[in-house]
Design a protein around this ligand. Sequence first.
Ligand code: 3PG
Ligand code: MG
Length: 402
Amino acid sequence: MAFRSLPFCSLDDMPDLAGKTVIVRADLNVPIDDGRVTDATRLSAAVPTLATLADRGAKVLVLSHFGRPKPGDRSLSLAAIAPALSDVMGRPVGFVGECIGPEAEAAVAAMAPGSILVLENARFHAGEEGNAPDFVAALARLGDFYVNDAFSVSHRAHASTEGLAHVLPAFAGRSMQAELDALEKALGKPVKPVAAVVGGAKVSSKLDVLLHLVARVEHLMIGGAMANTFLVAKGVSVGKSLAEPGLADVALDILARAEKAGCTVHLPYEVVVAKEFATHAPHRLVNVFEVADDEMILDIGPAAVEAFADALKTCATCVWNGPMGAFEMAPFDAGTVALARVAAGLTASGQLLSVAGGGDTVAALNHAGVADDFTFVSTAGGAFLEWMEGRVLPGVAALERD
Ligand code: 3PG
Ligand code: MG
């Protein structure tokens, strides 16, 4: 397994945990609506690590942030999440309304071996995001070992994701291990040829992703509004489509670098256009050279899906980030759904290793009903993108053995 060659310690390297306390950095930053968790994926991802440690007799502390609280605002409490974690774990999970200091220390002292306790939102303290040594020390006082199981927050150099790894013996949790293993197989040391499917609204937000990818993949399929910027750069009139014409030179530079590196860039040559940005807006299917001045591109057309799919079929590995069109609005979800189903089908038949992640991607794959059919779907948004840019994530780097 590729991960094993990486310089991390895992749960398998931990000593006897009887009588010990383990601080697990999980990502309990889940979406809620009216106090109820609407997507428990990240909670489920934490279960293997938490259950393993509890079953080994450790007192297990769950450390996380929740949202982006303003100084002094305590409304984003993890009290609402602890019961949902208990539900997915099928065992009791306690909660204490502090993550450092006497209240937290007393709660830890009172824990039975093998029990699990969620600590209050670490971002209630400025020292969390500031990675302040005194806050790190206060957290470290609670436990004997540190496990980072939150890949999705590992792009933050915060106390709970980075600082703690330097003051306690540090280990990668099961979810972290699975993420790193999948990412290694997708872009680190992939089986070639590799395809990258990249979509979303703006080239500007994924510039570094595209630059990193063209040097590493054989096929790059670009969809979503970001494809429009490339079309504009190539002299295509995209009407009133969302685009960043100011980035035309950058787009041309990316295309030139791709050509030099032997990466084939696929742009949609057939698109779905409408005059308004609305669900079920009247629309038509056109060749990309036939977009009228008062129309906007809202999806890739079936012929473009087929062309992307044909390239995908020649590949052994696929990394996917971003939707191909305005997938939240029917029928402009069709291109994303159709291409996602092709990737899922190729994965099911063993021809393709598929890894997806980042922002809207999971929502798009869930919408297509294929999230479970990909080889791996990351729990990460921003961290997945930073990894696709080839960046070193501070929370991951801090886990490396000296
Ligand atoms: C996320 O939801 O992407 C992670 O939990 C990180 O949250 P943040 O972007 O507020 O740091
Ligand atoms: Mg984020």
